[in-house]
Design a protein around this ligand. Structure first.
Ligand SMILES: C[S@@+](CC[C@H](N)C(=O)[O-])C[C@H]1O[C@@H](n2cnc3c(N)ncnc32)[C@H](O)[C@@H]1O
Length: 279
């Protein structure tokens, strides 16, 4: 069951428990007069009934949730069996990333990026967050021989692995890796020079990536950004102890969807993918 539903149910139960305690004490105490005592007994009975209803609601929510989850899982497995299998290099790259717990994009997000890039044919792609090069490989293959990708990641131990995969896949000539923090690199890039930007690095910096990336994008160019649902955390009721990454994603989502220069949406593919076109 969703944890916010559980929290709300717990709170309602707490309130009902307090009402019940007071009503029970007052109805047992006597000296209030018969009418008042009967009223307290009625309140106690209603609070007990409320408690039972909350339990029923929680059970129903739990059953509904598991039904939805299994239906979604079934849909995803069905779609997976329909798609063409990954080629050996992409499959090995995906295994390495997942094996070392590198947060690479979900396979369906990779496929979606690939279809987008095939449709839009962007000549110049900017990627923020390379890791082992999984998302870059999806885009490079879809982009075709004339395209270029500039991908930024300060972690050379990861990008050395990416470079090796790019070589194996025969796309390394078209991909330039920059091993510096994106916020240092973006201000140095030429305005209006990219057709497609993919954001997938530090969640706390997403809003700054957006601010700096929009001027780099040509008119009609597209920005895509991963993890906008952030493992179901972004949609939870805000709490004082929310991690900074969750706050970063929420701030970014607002900024993306209300950016005056962008036509944007967020779709629930993988961990949530933002898509925006520069007007
Ligand atoms: C989610 S992973 C990228 C996954 C990759 N896009 C893929 O799907 O294959 C995020 C990457 O951002 C990199 N990163 C961390 N700080 C960064 C920064 N300041 N600028 C750019 N990238 C950064 C991390 O080293 C990590 O490899």
């Amino acid at each position: 069951m969703r944890s916010d539903v559980r929290t709300y149910a717990h709170d309602v139960n707490g309130v009902l428990g307090s009402i019940l305690a007071v009503a029970d004490v007052q109805s047992a105490r006597g000296g209030n007069g018969d009418k008042a005592q009967a009223a307290f007994a009625d309140i106690a009975a209603a609070a007990r009934r409320g408690g039972t209803l909350v339990e029923n609601l929680m059970r129903a929510a739990s059953v509904a949730d598991s039904g939805t989850d299994s239906a979604v899982e079934r849909d995803l497995s069905y779609l997976e069996t329909l798609h063409v299998a990954l080629d050996p290099v992409a499959a090995e790259l995906e295994r390495s990333g997942r094996g070392e717990s590198i947060p690479i994009v979900d396979r369906e997000t990779g496929r979606f990026l690939s279809v987008l890039v095939s449709a839009l044919r962007p000549k110049n792609i900017l990627e923020i967050g390379t890791a082992f090069g999984y998302s870059a490989l999806w885009m490079a293959r879809a982009q075709g021989p004339g395209g270029r990708i500039l991908t930024i990641d300060p972690d050379r131990s990861r990008t050395d692995i990416a470079a090796e995969f790019f070589r194996k896949a025969g796309v390394s000539e078209r991909i330039e890796i920059v091993n510096r923090p994106a916020l240092d690199v973006l201000p140095e890039l030429r305005p209006d020079s990219f057709d497609f930007v993919f954001i997938d690095a530090l969640k706390e910096e997403y809003a700054d990536y957006l601010r700096l990336a929009v001027p780099l994008l040509k008119r009609g160019g597209m920005i895509a950004a991963d993890n906008l649902l952030w493992g179901h955390a972004a949609s939870m009721p805000p709490a004082a102890n929310d991690p900074t990454a969750t706050l970063g994603i929420r701030t970014f989502n607002e900024a993306l969807l209300h950016h005056p220069a962008l036509e944007a949406t967020i779709v629930p593919i993988g961990d949530g993918l933002g898509l925006a076109v520069k007007r």
